[in-house]
Design a protein around this ligand. Sequence first.
Ligand code: IMP
Ligand code: MG
Length: 177
Amino acid sequence: MTALDPAVLIPAEVIGRKVTELADRIARDYTARQPLLLIGVLKGSFIFLADLSRRIPLPHRVDFIALSSYGAKARSSGEVRLVMDLRQPIEGMHVLIVEDIVDTGRTLAYLTHLLGARKPASLKICTLVHKPSRREVEVPLDYVGFDIPDKWVVGYGLDYADQYRTLPYIGYVEPGN
Ligand code: IMP
Ligand code: MG
């Protein structure tokens, strides 16, 4: 770590144990719920999804959707845009949305509305990180890795202005500096 690296909030080993724990719970809950489809919300969830998926010992498929609610900076525009849709229909599938972080909840409110209309057999949400104090929209979260304080977090897929995604731990930065 150099002086320029973000301060550590959640060390890599702690993330690793949590991902295993979430995967175990998901595996138990979905044993009798097939077919299972994990939908990663790009870009932020790509590392979490890769680790989670490999620890779920059940047959499942993976697809991606890209949404945008923030510009280049760490500020919400309050608006959610569909940037890239899924490749396949989800009708009749047990869908688990895999998110990096839930902040205001606007992205997930939009996404559950969009995907719910496509008639999946079930639709649940797994997020690695959750900032409860920032919530504006009520969306039920089925699997949550960590509740964190209101800080701008980076690493393990999360970015600030598209930087820091490849850090192995979750750290925090002070936006605007
Ligand atoms: P929401 O719609 O306000 O819940 O924001 C969700 C999206 O904003 C997440 O999927 C992230 O892409 C981004 N986001 C919110 N908070 C953070 C953060 O602390 N670090 C990095 N990205 C964040
Ligand atoms: Mg995201």
